[in-house]
Ligand binder design. Sequence first.
Ligand SMILES: C[S@@+](CC[C@H](N)C(=O)[O-])C[C@H]1O[C@@H](n2cnc3c(N)ncnc32)[C@H](O)[C@@H]1O
Length: 216
Amino acid sequence: MVPIERAYARVAWCYDELAQLYSLGRIGRAKRDHLGALAPGDRVLYAGAGRGAEAVQAARLGARVTCLDRTEAMLVRLRRSAARAGVTLQVQRADVRDPAATEAYDGVVANFFLNVFTPPELSGLASRLIGSLRPGGFLAVADFARPSGGAWARAVQHASYRLADAAGRVLGLAPWQPLHDYARFGKDSGLRLERRRSFPAWRGGPPLYEAFLWRR
Ligand SMILES: C[S@@+](CC[C@H](N)C(=O)[O-])C[C@H]1O[C@@H](n2cnc3c(N)ncnc32)[C@H](O)[C@@H]1O
């Protein structure tokens, strides 16, 4: 199996463009959903930031942003976008599971990231991420929606997710496992759900992506 940072390095040049094209812009909207919760001066951590377009937007809104990711090729592009936008943010090549100085963040954002971890890994990581939030701070997660509803809705969701899932597995971007149940994850982590937004296949259709925002 290719190490995960090598797998992401291979696709860094086209990662965001493919995600936007594939989802017809829904993935980008889901990833930006938390921006309304930001106040100028907020300290925000982007875990597994990737190319971090939404982190750059957060910095433009006045947040003090830290981005962590294991893949240098993603971070090179993130730094370039920040320079183009004329904003300063802290960018660190790091594994989010490594011990780090504890910061009291106002927000932690983990978009399309937690599914690279198995359920046991996720519970350890969740305590670390949630533990780095000040009381009242938010955790935001956008990701693929878990299949739900009737047979027709599930078929549409499966069809949409399977393509990304198969490509992700062939390229070594994510392990073979079902999508995490984020609604349950929030409850089990003792977080208060403030907002849950769906990004459906069409107006009134089954959700393909979801964005959650919880408060500690
Ligand atoms: C599916 S991509 C999502 C990137 C970004 N959040 C987005 O929505 O476009 C997952 C990212 O997590 C990074 N990654 C994977 N495992 C990691 C780890 N243990 N620590 C830090 N970053 C990691 C990869 O390098 C990759 O950039």
